[in-house]
Design a protein around this ligand. Structure first.
Ligand code: PGA
Length: 258
Protein backbone atom coordinates (compact mmCIF):
# COMPACT_ATOMS: atom_id res chain seq x y z
CA UNK A 1 0.00 0.00 0.00
CA UNK A 2 1.25 3.46 -0.84
CA UNK A 3 2.04 5.66 2.11
CA UNK A 4 -0.05 8.79 2.26
CA UNK A 5 2.23 11.82 2.13
CA UNK A 6 1.42 14.23 4.92
CA UNK A 7 4.05 16.89 4.36
CA UNK A 8 5.53 18.90 1.51
CA UNK A 9 8.06 16.78 -0.34
CA UNK A 10 11.54 18.18 -0.96
CA UNK A 11 13.65 17.44 -4.02
CA UNK A 12 17.12 18.96 -4.22
CA UNK A 13 19.65 18.86 -7.03
CA UNK A 14 23.22 18.80 -5.77
CA UNK A 15 25.30 19.80 -8.77
CA UNK A 16 28.56 19.25 -6.89
CA UNK A 17 31.72 20.61 -8.54
CA UNK A 18 30.30 20.27 -12.04
CA UNK A 19 29.71 22.48 -15.03
CA UNK A 20 30.81 25.83 -16.34
CA UNK A 21 28.85 29.07 -16.50
CA UNK A 22 27.39 28.14 -19.89
CA UNK A 23 26.11 24.82 -18.56
CA UNK A 24 24.60 26.43 -15.46
CA UNK A 25 22.78 29.04 -17.53
CA UNK A 26 21.49 26.56 -20.10
CA UNK A 27 20.50 23.94 -17.53
CA UNK A 28 18.48 26.48 -15.58
CA UNK A 29 16.84 28.00 -18.65
CA UNK A 30 16.16 24.75 -20.49
CA UNK A 31 15.27 22.41 -17.66
CA UNK A 32 14.97 23.92 -14.17
CA UNK A 33 12.74 26.83 -15.18
CA UNK A 34 10.49 24.42 -17.06
CA UNK A 35 9.90 22.03 -14.15
CA UNK A 36 6.24 21.44 -13.64
CA UNK A 37 5.30 21.05 -9.97
CA UNK A 38 2.94 22.51 -7.45
CA UNK A 39 4.73 24.61 -4.80
CA UNK A 40 1.88 23.77 -2.40
CA UNK A 41 2.84 20.13 -2.61
CA UNK A 42 6.61 20.18 -2.86
CA UNK A 43 9.77 22.24 -2.76
CA UNK A 44 12.47 21.99 -5.41
CA UNK A 45 16.03 23.10 -4.78
CA UNK A 46 19.14 23.39 -6.95
CA UNK A 47 22.66 23.80 -5.66
CA UNK A 48 25.28 25.00 -8.15
CA UNK A 49 28.89 25.88 -7.25
CA UNK A 50 29.47 29.10 -5.31
CA UNK A 51 30.61 31.27 -8.23
CA UNK A 52 27.52 30.32 -10.24
CA UNK A 53 25.14 31.27 -7.43
CA UNK A 54 24.65 34.95 -8.41
CA UNK A 55 23.67 33.96 -11.95
CA UNK A 56 21.52 31.09 -10.70
CA UNK A 57 19.73 33.34 -8.23
CA UNK A 58 19.12 35.91 -10.94
CA UNK A 59 17.72 33.64 -13.64
CA UNK A 60 16.04 30.81 -11.72
CA UNK A 61 12.28 31.13 -11.37
CA UNK A 62 11.36 32.02 -7.79
CA UNK A 63 9.49 28.76 -7.22
CA UNK A 64 12.84 26.93 -7.13
CA UNK A 65 15.17 27.34 -4.12
CA UNK A 66 18.78 28.15 -4.98
CA UNK A 67 21.10 26.76 -2.29
CA UNK A 68 24.82 26.81 -1.57
CA UNK A 69 26.67 23.51 -1.30
CA UNK A 70 28.54 24.61 1.79
CA UNK A 71 28.79 27.44 4.30
CA UNK A 72 31.52 28.66 6.62
CA UNK A 73 31.43 27.55 10.26
CA UNK A 74 32.70 31.03 11.13
CA UNK A 75 31.29 34.54 10.90
CA UNK A 76 32.95 36.96 8.45
CA UNK A 77 36.60 37.79 9.04
CA UNK A 78 40.04 36.32 8.56
CA UNK A 79 39.04 32.92 7.16
CA UNK A 80 40.59 32.85 3.69
CA UNK A 81 38.53 31.01 1.12
CA UNK A 82 35.39 30.74 3.24
CA UNK A 83 31.93 32.08 2.39
CA UNK A 84 29.73 32.99 5.32
CA UNK A 85 26.04 32.54 5.95
CA UNK A 86 25.71 36.33 6.08
CA UNK A 87 27.24 36.61 2.58
CA UNK A 88 24.88 33.95 1.24
CA UNK A 89 21.95 35.78 2.73
CA UNK A 90 23.24 39.01 1.20
CA UNK A 91 22.98 37.29 -2.18
CA UNK A 92 19.32 36.54 -1.48
CA UNK A 93 19.84 32.86 -0.72
CA UNK A 94 17.98 31.07 2.03
CA UNK A 95 19.47 27.61 2.10
CA UNK A 96 22.77 25.74 2.31
CA UNK A 97 23.73 22.08 2.22
CA UNK A 98 25.94 21.03 5.13
CA UNK A 99 27.82 17.87 6.02
CA UNK A 100 27.82 16.24 2.61
CA UNK A 101 29.88 13.06 2.84
CA UNK A 102 32.26 14.36 0.17
CA UNK A 103 33.03 17.31 2.45
CA UNK A 104 33.33 15.08 5.48
CA UNK A 105 35.73 12.70 3.71
CA UNK A 106 37.78 14.87 1.30
CA UNK A 107 37.91 17.97 3.49
CA UNK A 108 38.00 16.32 6.90
CA UNK A 109 34.87 18.05 8.15
CA UNK A 110 34.08 16.72 11.61
CA UNK A 111 30.61 16.23 13.10
CA UNK A 112 31.34 19.19 15.36
CA UNK A 113 32.32 21.46 12.44
CA UNK A 114 29.18 20.50 10.52
CA UNK A 115 27.09 21.36 13.58
CA UNK A 116 28.84 24.74 13.82
CA UNK A 117 27.96 25.44 10.18
CA UNK A 118 24.30 24.90 11.06
CA UNK A 119 24.62 27.34 13.95
CA UNK A 120 26.11 29.99 11.66
CA UNK A 121 23.52 29.36 8.93
CA UNK A 122 20.64 29.60 11.38
CA UNK A 123 22.00 32.82 12.90
CA UNK A 124 21.36 34.34 9.47
CA UNK A 125 18.02 32.66 9.02
CA UNK A 126 19.16 30.13 6.41
CA UNK A 127 17.59 26.70 6.13
CA UNK A 128 19.96 23.75 5.88
CA UNK A 129 19.98 20.36 4.28
CA UNK A 130 21.99 18.25 6.72
CA UNK A 131 23.56 15.18 5.11
CA UNK A 132 24.29 12.08 7.16
CA UNK A 133 24.99 8.45 6.31
CA UNK A 134 27.30 5.49 6.68
CA UNK A 135 30.17 3.98 4.67
CA UNK A 136 29.86 0.49 3.20
CA UNK A 137 32.09 -1.08 5.86
CA UNK A 138 30.03 0.59 8.57
CA UNK A 139 26.82 -0.83 7.11
CA UNK A 140 28.42 -4.26 6.88
CA UNK A 141 29.48 -3.99 10.50
CA UNK A 142 25.89 -3.18 11.51
CA UNK A 143 26.80 0.40 12.45
CA UNK A 144 24.39 2.30 10.18
CA UNK A 145 22.14 3.56 12.96
CA UNK A 146 24.96 4.39 15.33
CA UNK A 147 26.75 6.47 12.66
CA UNK A 148 23.55 8.43 11.90
CA UNK A 149 22.97 8.86 15.64
CA UNK A 150 26.51 10.17 16.19
CA UNK A 151 26.14 12.69 13.34
CA UNK A 152 22.77 13.85 14.68
CA UNK A 153 23.97 14.06 18.29
CA UNK A 154 26.67 16.56 17.32
CA UNK A 155 23.91 18.82 15.97
CA UNK A 156 21.69 18.21 19.00
CA UNK A 157 24.53 19.40 21.24
CA UNK A 158 24.28 22.85 19.58
CA UNK A 159 20.60 23.40 20.32
CA UNK A 160 19.57 24.29 16.79
CA UNK A 161 16.13 24.96 15.31
CA UNK A 162 15.12 21.60 13.85
CA UNK A 163 12.17 23.10 12.00
CA UNK A 164 14.71 24.75 9.67
CA UNK A 165 16.53 21.52 8.88
CA UNK A 166 15.90 18.95 6.17
CA UNK A 167 17.80 15.74 6.91
CA UNK A 168 19.29 13.96 3.90
CA UNK A 169 20.09 10.33 4.57
CA UNK A 170 22.79 9.51 2.05
CA UNK A 171 24.49 6.14 2.45
CA UNK A 172 28.01 6.78 1.17
CA UNK A 173 28.15 3.45 -0.66
CA UNK A 174 25.18 4.60 -2.76
CA UNK A 175 26.53 8.01 -3.76
CA UNK A 176 27.63 8.20 -7.37
CA UNK A 177 27.94 4.42 -7.55
CA UNK A 178 24.69 3.44 -9.24
CA UNK A 179 24.05 1.20 -6.20
CA UNK A 180 20.86 2.71 -4.82
CA UNK A 181 19.59 1.60 -1.42
CA UNK A 182 16.48 -0.55 -1.70
CA UNK A 183 13.27 1.20 -0.64
CA UNK A 184 13.21 -1.09 2.43
CA UNK A 185 16.81 -0.30 3.38
CA UNK A 186 16.20 3.42 3.06
CA UNK A 187 12.85 3.25 4.91
CA UNK A 188 14.45 1.41 7.82
CA UNK A 189 17.06 4.15 8.36
CA UNK A 190 14.58 6.98 7.74
CA UNK A 191 12.33 5.45 10.38
CA UNK A 192 15.28 5.21 12.78
CA UNK A 193 16.10 8.89 12.14
CA UNK A 194 12.50 9.99 12.69
CA UNK A 195 12.33 8.05 15.95
CA UNK A 196 15.61 9.61 17.03
CA UNK A 197 14.16 13.08 16.36
CA UNK A 198 11.01 12.10 18.30
CA UNK A 199 12.99 10.96 21.32
CA UNK A 200 15.60 13.70 21.33
CA UNK A 201 13.86 16.74 19.88
CA UNK A 202 10.11 16.18 20.12
CA UNK A 203 7.12 14.38 18.65
CA UNK A 204 5.89 17.40 16.75
CA UNK A 205 9.30 18.06 15.19
CA UNK A 206 9.61 14.38 14.25
CA UNK A 207 6.26 14.50 12.54
CA UNK A 208 7.12 17.61 10.57
CA UNK A 209 10.78 17.16 9.65
CA UNK A 210 11.53 16.16 6.07
CA UNK A 211 13.91 13.21 5.78
CA UNK A 212 15.05 12.86 2.19
CA UNK A 213 17.09 10.10 0.57
CA UNK A 214 20.20 10.57 -1.54
CA UNK A 215 22.46 8.13 -3.36
CA UNK A 216 22.08 7.15 -7.01
CA UNK A 217 18.49 8.38 -7.22
CA UNK A 218 17.29 8.46 -10.82
CA UNK A 219 14.13 8.58 -12.89
CA UNK A 220 13.81 4.77 -12.72
CA UNK A 221 14.20 4.09 -9.00
CA UNK A 222 12.59 7.19 -7.48
CA UNK A 223 8.96 6.01 -7.76
CA UNK A 224 9.47 3.01 -5.49
CA UNK A 225 11.54 4.96 -2.99
CA UNK A 226 9.08 7.84 -2.64
CA UNK A 227 6.26 5.43 -1.82
CA UNK A 228 7.95 4.57 1.47
CA UNK A 229 6.36 6.10 4.54
CA UNK A 230 9.33 8.02 5.90
CA UNK A 231 10.90 9.14 2.61
CA UNK A 232 9.95 12.78 2.07
CA UNK A 233 11.95 13.50 -1.05
CA UNK A 234 15.44 13.25 -2.50
CA UNK A 235 18.84 14.82 -2.74
CA UNK A 236 19.88 14.04 -6.29
CA UNK A 237 23.45 14.29 -7.56
CA UNK A 238 24.28 12.95 -11.02
CA UNK A 239 20.70 12.77 -12.26
CA UNK A 240 20.07 16.42 -11.31
CA UNK A 241 22.35 17.45 -14.18
CA UNK A 242 20.26 15.51 -16.68
CA UNK A 243 16.70 15.45 -18.05
CA UNK A 244 16.01 12.66 -15.51
CA UNK A 245 15.57 15.43 -12.91
CA UNK A 246 12.37 16.51 -14.64
CA UNK A 247 10.95 13.01 -14.26
CA UNK A 248 11.99 12.78 -10.60
CA UNK A 249 10.21 16.06 -9.83
CA UNK A 250 7.16 14.97 -11.82
CA UNK A 251 6.88 11.63 -10.00
CA UNK A 252 7.22 13.30 -6.60
CA UNK A 253 4.63 15.90 -7.53
CA UNK A 254 2.19 13.14 -8.41
CA UNK A 255 2.51 11.37 -5.07
CA UNK A 256 2.72 14.52 -2.93
CA UNK A 257 -0.18 15.43 -0.68
CA UNK A 258 -2.95 17.39 -2.28
P1 PGA B 1 24.28 10.84 -6.63
O1 PGA B 1 24.72 11.90 -5.50
O2 PGA B 1 22.82 11.05 -6.88
O3 PGA B 1 25.14 11.19 -7.84
O4 PGA B 1 24.57 9.49 -6.09
C1 PGA B 1 23.87 12.22 -4.44
C2 PGA B 1 24.55 13.21 -3.53
O5 PGA B 1 25.77 13.11 -3.35
O6 PGA B 1 23.89 14.10 -2.98
Amino acid sequence: MEAQKTKKLYVGGNWKSNGDLKFAKEHIENLINKLDFSPDKMEVMISPIFIHLPLAKEITKPNVIVAAQNVSPFPKGAYTGEITAEQLKDLGLRCAIVGHSERRSHFQESDELVAEKIVQAQKEGLDVVLCIGEKLEEREAGETNSICKRELEAVLAKKVDWSKIVIAYEPIWAIGTGKVATPEQAQEVHNFIRNWVKENVGADEAEKIRIIYGGSVDDKNCANLIKMKDIDGFLVGGASLKPAFTTIVKICNEIAKT
